[in-house]
Design a protein. Structure first.
Length: 197
């Protein structure tokens, strides 16, 4: 099997990036064209690249020609940090936005939980942990590294991965959560779950 992507290319996943997406998006559901035009007018590059990563962040979903935003009121910086930290610890592949990983052998896998469990069993190579996930080389792992470093207790420097002992994250999500993402809304709704972090 060829390389596969667990997440699309685009801006690095920082709180500032997510804030820019949220601040640019309308707060109410809108027809797709109007939603994208409104967002593009505030954030250049939205329609070309940013909208794809925003869907993977579950900041909105599209259904029957309408876009539904995650946030329907103004939010604080703290709200965004909590949301994206929760997202980073729950993000699973394959999902509706990762077609290169969709095949019968690939169980839905929580990236954070998989890599953290690998570290807990002695693995220190981030690249090997990523390859072990589905038995193939994953691309865009620099984007995975970015969000794991920014929003979880994993520390990844070059290829070396370890756990930040100064952060207490009491529970690791299931490596293979019992979820199916039959459509974009199911993926979006999955991130409404709140972890105790």
């Amino acid at each position: 099997m060829a390389e596969a992507s667990p997440i699309c290319r685009g801006k690095n996943l920082t709180v500032e990036t997510v804030m820019a997406f949220v601040n640019a998006m309308p707060l109410t559901p809108m027809k797709k064209a109007a939603f994208h035009n409104a967002t593009e007018s505030k954030l250049k590059g939205w329609t070309q690249t940013h909208s794809q990563i925003a869907r993977q962040l579950a900041l909105y979903y599209e259904e029957e020609g309408v876009c539904y935003p995650r946030f329907t009121h103004k939010v604080t910086y703290s709200d965004i940090v909590k949301y994206v930290t929760n997202w980073a610890m729950l993000y699973c592949v394959p999902n509706p936005y990762t077609p290169s990983l969709e095949c019968e052998e690939n169980m839905v896998t929580n990236i954070y939980a998989f890599i953290k469990n690998k570290v807990l069993t002695g693995e220190t190579s981030f690249n090997k942990a990523c390859t072990d996930m589905f038995g193939l080389e994953l691309n865009n792992t620099d984007k995975v590294r970015e969000y794991l470093n920014n929003f979880t207790d994993l520390i990844i420097s070059d290829d070396y991965v370890t756990i930040n002992e100064n952060l207490i994250i009491p529970n690791i999500p299931n490596i293979h959560p019992n979820v199916t993402f039959g459509n974009n809304k199911e993926f979006f709704d999955y991130f409404s779950v709140k972890l105790s972090i």
